[in-house]
Design a protein around this ligand. Sequence first.
Ligand code: HEC
Length: 450
Amino acid sequence: MVEEILGGVNGVLWSRPLIRSAAEAHMWTRLLVTPALAVLLLSATAPALEPPTFSDEVVRILQNRCQTCHRPGEHAPFSLLSYRDAYDKKDDIRDAVHARAMPPWKPVFGFGDFLEPRRLSDAELATLLRWVEAGAPEGDPANLPPPLVFSEGWKLGPPDHVLEMAEPYTVPGRASDVYRCFVIPTSFPEDRWVTKVEWAPGDRKLVHHILSYIDTTSAAEALDRRDPGPGYTCFGGPGFNPAGGLSGWAPGIQPRVMADGVGMLLPKGARVVVQMHYNNNEPESRTDRTRAGLHFAKGPIDKRQRSIAALNRTFTIPAGDRRYEVRASWTDYLGRDLHANTITPHMHLLGREMMVTATYPNGLVRPLVHIDDWDFNWQGTYTFTQPVPLPRGTRIDVVAVFDNSAANLRQPSRPPRPVSWGEGTIDEMAIVFLGVTVDAERIGWRPAAK
Ligand code: HEC
């Protein structure tokens, strides 16, 4: 049995035991011929083909797969628009796509089905590798497709209400990993149902990701008062028990649209707490003032978008342990039949791997998500292609793996220390959130007649 495969990501070798038990083995057989291996096999046997050129094949892949982030003003550190841009970065491109570090997409292929996977097809990957191998030829510029046009402004049309950080926030030059929560009050006289949220980062070069939480108490404002300057420092969570959220944003993420009849509840008088993760790669300071465009329900709402979590808060990861497993199992959320539409794995800097499965009352195991190269900076909410049924009695199992050794480049404690649950940079979490609706729910909210 294959015990381990070694994968190189960003030059670091992580050992990843993939198969834990014979029962899990069947899920993995199809993953053993990895795409990179397939490419090697392909290039070993294929006859000498005309190499792909930038103007023909390569630019089209960059347009489809890279330019949403790799263009001026966006968060990625360089552009991939022109031949010159791509030629200058050809070796980095080869390494990044070969390791599947780029485009950033963490879920292991074939374990759970998600919308908008940002994964290169094997053919696209092979084309990029062959192009670099052939010396990255330009080809005939006459064959270039028209450049992509990126629209400014709200993609979903004018929102009904715009939430905005109360004041701009300035991040000093060369400051990396600044995590800050900003409290935005709302003053609607009644509960509102939100069906679409479009995040508009103020400075897209600065903003690495956005998470949002709803506070119906005064907890967030108290935290804000205690911390000088706009907002307050927060890392692994908002510092209070949230009453929901309004989704989030990361580079390349499309605005979230709810299914018909499903809404996110924004309770009357609630505060929206926006957690910003900033990275300033430039020498000079930069300023952000992020906004969110909310769209309220225009039609009936029968189901509330809810969040359930499977978590383990009682672990201690021994100092120095290279591979420490934390497990969590939960059954019978709300005692109802549910459908899950999104999944959000969450760990901090020591997290290396997370696997989540659903075991049905009849014993069938359904893969939900597997991240085998966790990166706190690329955490995401993944939307299932089809809502996943979670009938009453389904068990959600989480296996989270942590590397608390000094060899972990992301290790925040030198020397390593025993680590338990907490919201700080040097604490950990082992939690998965599922965005769910309750099958039997019939809220019966109807828009007021005009
Ligand atoms: C969702 C946004 C996004 C997409 C899509 C994306 N990149 Fe990146 N890329 C980034 C960011 C941000 C960085 C900076 C490093 C980081 O934050 O991980 C980066 C870094 C890189 C690097 C530097 C080396 C590294 O791994 O850090 C290369 C090379 C690269 N990208 C190539 C590509 C190519 C080629 C594509 C398309 C096939 C692509 N990227 C698609 C956001 C993106």
